[in-house]
Design a binder for this molecule. Structure first.
Ligand code: B12
Ligand code: SF4
Ligand code: SF4
Length: 515
């Protein structure tokens, strides 16, 4: 990259992070991406006549006019111009992270050499996530740091820890194609952040690495009713065949994972800070525009299955993902190879054919989306395919051969609550709004509210009515549905009416017409 800066500018770096290095170092960084601080998609020549350059404060240089805005985009992360800046940023095909945290411009050669030799020299001070972080200069071997992280991670109940780079450029075309096809449905939050979702350093300026974690969540109770608890997979599959069973996705039977993960990630960050002094950091678990599966894959926590989830040879896919964004340039952990081979069980098993091609999920057809994210009426053509799944769906995971190796959670947080692993539809349909609030306290289920809960169960009851059942069971279902025909919610009433209209067209086991 060629550049020309003002006469009075002795250090030749012209944009962060290059401004921090001597001329030769800046050039090497730009050319060879020595550190993950700089990535050049296409060579760009920028000439800045004297006067356009303004030195702001003691530590960084900002350009005026269009290109300056584009290059400086991440520092505007919280401003209203962020989206348009990002557009400009992308179209230049140039990606440079602004980082105010590394050692100052006149970094001594001795320190720089140390940095390249594998020792991370910690910043003296920085702003991160709008907070001032005072720092002591500490050096630590990357491998030593990773070993600490892994030990602390295990103590906190994480199953694995990795480190991902912040460059997710490779994921951007897939994200855009997914949005372009409208696969996100009503999840407006998936579209509203644009490419920031694939750019951790644009989401939080100063982020240099992402510490990734995964946590197994299979409850200790899963399959307890089976003759052998190791048969939990068969047990889950058999409940799908029982029309009166209320199937709540395995991940949602215990405590809300967002809370568990974020608390423990913060504890991990606290341990890190006890060791290293203050660091710029922020924790995430399904709580911000972050491509968690991409980060997990890039840090070797697993490979991407054809169902789009991340999975592992020795743990299957029943685990959550979370991240700790940090302002330290850490060495990434290696990726693992893909072991799906010619298998397509997940795609074949999907009740709604939501996996439209390998690694492509049309969320609008996914039962998890329909029962959790989707607010309005469930599309009529999809209702019969939902079966008895009332919150989320696990089918594509249950059939995956690698889930024979799924691990039970190390934490009691994911223990099943209120019999949610064994509940019946009629029983849950009887929950009042107060019952719903009481029984779902601290659970992810609470997010959907009582109305959507009843809507989902009405669909499942309607599907139960399609199956030939002994007369007394069919009658119990009809009565439960009828009790909500006058529900205050038009959404619930419509689904109940649909369920009962299905009921009127079938016959029971004794060959008697049910209406
Ligand atoms: C939105 C979302 C959903 C949506 C959409 C899922 C999806 N695949 O996009 C819905 C509501 C359907 C959903 C369902 C579930 N989810 Co979800 N979900 C998310 C969330 C918030 C974002 C995922 C995302 O970025 N999607 C955007 C698309 C573009 O990404 P992608 O599918 O990975 O696509 C990539 C490629 O496949 C490819 N691609 C995709 N489509 C296309 C199309 C074309 C044309 C092309 C060329 C390429 C392409 O490009 C993309 C970039 O590489 C994440 C948390 C997070 N912040 O990351 C959790 C997350 C993925 N979900 C999770 C879970 C547990 C689930 C469920 C199992 C819950 C359940 N039991 O009901 C199901 C599983 C359904 C499934 N098979 O994926 C976990 C997964 C953990 C793991 N082991 O991987 C996550 C990571 C949450 C967490 N923190 O643990 N989820
Ligand atoms: S969660 Fe269920 S509906 Fe969604 S892709 Fe997997 S099997 Fe299909
Ligand atoms: S079911 Fe088969 S294709 Fe799907 S994720 Fe598992 S191994 Fe891969």
């Amino acid at each position: 990259m060629n550049h020309q800066v003002g006469d009075r500018q002795t250090a030749c770096g012209f944009v962060w992070p290059l401004a921090q290095f001597q001329t030769w170092a800046g050039k090497q960084l730009a050319k060879a991406s020595i550190l993950p601080l700089a990535r050049v998609g296409k060579p760009v020549e920028i000439k800045m006549p004297n006067g356009l350059l303004t030195k702001v404060g003691a530590e960084f240089i900002r350009f005026h006019h269009g290109i300056g805005r584009a290059l400086d985009a991440p520092s505007y992360a919280h401003g209203p111009q962020q989206v348009s800046n990002q557009g400009g940023f992308a179209s230049t095909q140039l990606s440079l992270q602004i980082h105010r945290g590394l050692a100052p411009c006149r970094m001594q050669n001795r320190r720089l050499r140390k940095c390249f030799a594998g020792l991370f020299i910690r910043p003296v001070q920085c702003f991160y996530n709008r907070h001032f972080i005072p720092k002591a200069i500490v050096s630590i071997q990357p491998q030593q740091l990773l070993a600490y992280l892994q030990t602390w991670g295990r103590q906190l109940g994480f199953s694995q820890i990795g480190v991902a780079p912040v460059d997710l450029t490779g994921a951007e075309p897939g994200l855009l194609a997914w949005l372009d096809k409208g696969f996100h449905g009503e999840m407006a939050y998936m579209a509203s952040h644009g490419l920031r979702r694939a750019r951790p350093a644009a989401l939080l300026p100063g982020t240099l690495s992402v510490i990734t974690v995964r946590m197994d969540y299979l409850p200790q109770q899963a399959g307890l009713q089976a003759s052998n608890t190791q048969d939990w997979l068969e047990h889950e599959l058999s409940r799908l065949q029982d029309p009166q069973a209320a199937v709540v996705s395995v991940y949602a039977r215990g405590r809300d994972y967002h809370k568990v993960m974020r608390q423990r990630l913060q504890q991990l960050a606290d341990l890190l800070q006890q060791h290293l002094g203050p660091i710029g950091h922020r924790v995430f678990c399904d709580s911000a525009p972050v491509m968690e599966a991409e980060l997990a894959v890039r840090s070797g926590l697993g490979w991407r299955g054809k169902h789009t989830l991340v999975l592992q040879r020795d743990s299957g896919s029943f685990f959550f993902l979370g991240e700790l964004f940090v302002d330290m340039p850490l060495e990434s952990t290696p990726e693992v190879s893909d072991h799906c081979g010619s298998c397509s069980s997940c795609m074949d098993a999907c009740p709604t054919q939501a996996i439209v091609a390998p690694y492509q999920l049309d969320a609008r057809r996914c039962i998890s989306y329909l029962t959790i994210e989707h607010a309005g009426p469930v599309p009529l053509e999809l209702r019969p395919l939902i079966g008895n799944r009332i919150y989320g769906c696990d089918d594509c995971q249950l059939v995956c051969p690698w889930n024979k190796f799924a691990k039970r959670s190390a934490l009691p947080d994911f223990d099943e609550r209120h019999g949610l692993g064994t509940a019946q539809l009629v029983q849950l349909f009887a929950w009042t709004a107060q019952d719903f609030d009481r029984y779902t306290q601290g659970s992810a289920i609470r997010r959907i509210g009582h109305e959507r809960w009843l809507r989902n169960i009405a669909v499942a009851l309607g599907n139960a009515c399609r199956v030939a059942l002994p007369a007394h069971q069919a009658s119990e279902i009809r009565q439960a549905l009828a009790s909500r025909l006058t529900d205050e919610s038009p959404l619930v009433r419509e689904h109940v009416q649909w369920a009962l209209s299905v009921n009127s067209q079938i016959t029971d086991l004794d060959g008697m017409h049910l209406t």
